[in-house]
Ligand binder design. Sequence first.
Ligand SMILES: Nc1ncnc2c1ncn2[C@@H]1O[C@H](COP(=O)(O)OP(=O)(O)O)[C@@H](O)[C@H]1O
Ligand SMILES: [Mg+2]
Length: 248
Amino acid sequence: MGVAMETTPAQMPAPAKVFLRCSGLSKSFRMGDSMIQVLKHVDLSVKRGEFVAIEGRSGSGKSTLMHLLGALDVGDSGEIEYDDRQYLLLTASQRSFLRNRHFGFVFQFYHLLPELSVLDNTLLPSMVQYSWLSFHARKSQLRERARQLLDSLGLAHRLKHRPNQLSGGERQRVAIARALMNEPKVLFADEPTGNLDAETGLQIMSVLQKLHRQQGQTIVMVTHDRELAREQADRVMLLQAGRLAAEK
Ligand SMILES: Nc1ncnc2c1ncn2[C@@H]1O[C@H](COP(=O)(O)OP(=O)(O)O)[C@@H](O)[C@H]1O
Ligand SMILES: [Mg+2]
């Protein structure tokens, strides 16, 4: 018996949806008696699965912009939207929820807690996520996830070490494991290789590349290093004099 074939219009791949967007974003800081305007009406759209680099000189406002996009700080004016959530409408606890459950952060100087082991540093986002009781109820499962992440980053033999017993590259891999602990939808990286020698920096970039290529991780990286930005990202934006534009 013949099966009636339904004719469908040629399937067009759906355009990737904008995931994270800011428009008209401005931010100033007071310096003594004067104000310096760091961001001037910045517009940016990041699609799901994209790896975007924001490049600019030191002091150009890259970290400021990343902090605003990552809901770590608030702008003076303009809008930011992530996956249909407008930051202006979020309460402080909703912003914390967003940072903890949707975003991961990697910083130039790692920001690991010196008194905690590698394993406990990696577990931190899940300690924030759950109440004390729920964390302890899930502890073995969460430890296993942290262990697997650290193992995938080549740190299986460093679980009990403290950050000051690790090399820079190892510290940054712990910071990446911590950032991935809660399966972030967007990974923000602020000069992730800025404190590392060239070779170690490339190892860190290959970790980010693998996440992006194999798992479709959305990444927003800021860096002063034009070459690195061009080599690594799908798209490079240049932040200059407070304005953001596609790099030529
Ligand atoms: N909390 C702050 N208070 C005052 N000025 C700040 C603050 N954060 C950043 N700035 C100033 O804003 C400018 C941009 O800083 P930043 O975003 O850190 O630049 P970048 O990350 O590109 O090096 C710099 O001139 C810096 O001194
Ligand atoms: Mg910076």
